[in-house]
Design a binder for this molecule. Structure first.
Ligand code: HEC
Length: 172
């Protein structure tokens, strides 16, 4: 289980590896005890939470690229746009729960989420809500099949990605 490897790594970071150095059969238990200390309020480990949200965010990127590519095409594939827009909406469900306390860079897990998320959670959650609203409107526009309306909604949605990344994501 990769989970276990993480537990061991986390325990090592906490300095519990000193105990494991005794070489007794207790070492694995010690590592597990260390892992239990870093369970988030939602029951996930920081790594599980970060992996899960990054997987959703990668899918935002895929959906967005599909729509962008189609909007540049001379004859956009409307079904591809509609599917991608609907995927974006469903991928974004529950985004406000993906950044629980303890799932930032302090966890020791690699993440581009900046500590500012937990310093200004209300502002962050507002940007989540703005994005979800725009994504829903993009999906509605996609249903109409009106390329110009889709372009406008796509632009508005893209602004919400950008304004969040500018403040809350590293390397952007
Ligand atoms: C409310 C804030 C917010 C919004 C809105 C948002 N993102 Fe992000 N995005 C983030 C944060 C924070 C990360 C870094 C997450 C991490 O590494 O734990 C991220 C990471 C990503 C990644 C990298 C995922 C990976 O690890 O490979 C992609 C791709 C991405 N976002 C695309 C988008 C797109 C496209 C949109 C809009 C359609 C969007 N995001 C909207 C905050 C946001």
């Amino acid at each position: 289980m990769t989970h276990r490897k993480t537990s061991v790594a986390v325990a090592a970071l906490l300095g519990l590896s000193l105990l494991a150095a005794c070489g007794s059969g207790d070492a694995p238990d010690t590592a597990d005890a260390g892992a239990e200390a870093v369970i988030l309020a939602n029951g996930m480990t920081p790594k599980e939470q970060i992996d899960a949200r990054q997987a959703h965010l990668k899918n935002y990127g895929k959906a967005f690229k599909t729509i962008s590519d189609q909007l540049k095409a001379s004859d956009p594939d409307m079904t591809a746009i509609q599917t991608a827009a609907a995927n974006l909406v469903s991928e974004a469900e529950g985004m406000e729960t993906w950044f629980p306390k303890g799932s930032g860079p302090d966890s020791g897990v690699k993440t581009d989420a900046l500590p500012t998320i937990w310093e200004s959670p209300e502002e962050f959650n507002q940007l989540v809500a703005d994005f979800q609203t725009e994504a829903a409107q993009l999906s509605e526009a996609a249903q109409t099949g009106d390329v110009e309306a889709i372009k406008v909604a796509f632009g508005e949605t893209g602004k919400t990605c950008k304004s969040c990344h500018e403040t809350y994501r590293a390397d952007d």
